[in-house]
Design a protein around this ligand. Structure first.
Ligand code: 8X3
Length: 250
């Protein structure tokens, strides 16, 4: 158990913890012995999940400085920060791009990571064994038609992770990027603005990853010995060999 290494359990913050990868990660880290603090905009959902898994929750909007500040003020320490909040909006080509969508994707995926990491780095360093985990995407490696806004945001995140890894060298903070491909969550429902039928077609005839599969990778990274840094992990379903290379049955 992670908690047995220190006098009290390691504290892990998970953003975007109301559903999908964030919720699965919060659950998994609680099972691994972490004290977990869930953050998300949907306060009721995180409260409910927190009470089920014996964790704490606090409303968090990673696009809002005041919200990040209020969230972080509830923490007396932090050992692990899982930057999971993010997502895609739309799949329009650049010539039809709605820049308000791009703005929102940059704000959640990229600036959200910067806000949370900047706010919690002093605590992560002070912990003596801090860990910043960022949930990126295969979209950070492979541009695809319709993906430009999301690709750009995730490529940006990947750049920030690479910079952080170098800037923190010599200090006791690990930096890990977990880049999943297709995972069946609310991701496509949000991308297609609530169009459930279109969202379900994304996973038609193939077996996507589950949020638990990604949580498993995150749990692996944060439970390695302190001297081991899992820099980056790309995790795809067996049915997916690239951002848009998918095997579908039938
Ligand atoms: C992963 C989803 O559509 O970019 O973040 O492969 S996608």
């Amino acid at each position: 158990m992670t908690g047995s290494r220190a006098s009290r359990p390691r504290l892990a913050v998970v953003t975007g913890a109301s559903s999908g990868i964030g919720a699965a990660t919060a659950q998994r880290l609680a099972r691994e012995g972490f004290e977990v603090v869930l953050g998300a905009r949907r306060a009721e959902r995180i409260e409910q999940l927190a009470s089920q898994i014996g964790a704490r929750s606090h409303p968090l909007d990673v696009t809002d400085d005041a919200s990040v500040e209020a969230f972080c003020a509830t923490l007396d320490r932090c050992d692990v920060l899982v930057n999971n909040a993010g997502g895609a909006i739309g799949l329009e080509p650049v010539e039809e791009a709605d820049l308000a969508d791009w703005q929102q994707m940059f704000d959640t995926n990229l600036l959200g990571v910067a806000r949370m990491t900047r706010a919690l780095l002093p605590a992560l360093v002070a912990s003596g064994d801090g860990h910043v985990v960022v949930v990126g995407s295969i979209a950070a490696h492979e541009p695809y038609p319709g993906g430009a806004g999301y690709n750009a945001a995730k490529f940006g995140v990947r750049a920030v992770v690479g910079v952080l890894r170098q800037e923190l060298l010599g200090r006791p903070v690990r930096v890990t990027e977990i880049d999943p491909g297709m995972v069946e969550t609310e991701f496509s429902l949000v991308r297609f603005r609530g169009d459930a039928e279109r969202a379900s077609r994304v996973y038609e005839g193939m077996t996507p990853l589950t949020p638990e599969d990604v949580a498993d990778c995150i749990a692996f990274a944060v439970t390695r010995p302190s001297h081991v840094n899992i820099d980056q992990m790309i995790v795809l379903a067996r049915d997916q060999a690239g951002a848009r290379t998918v095997h579908r049955r039938g």
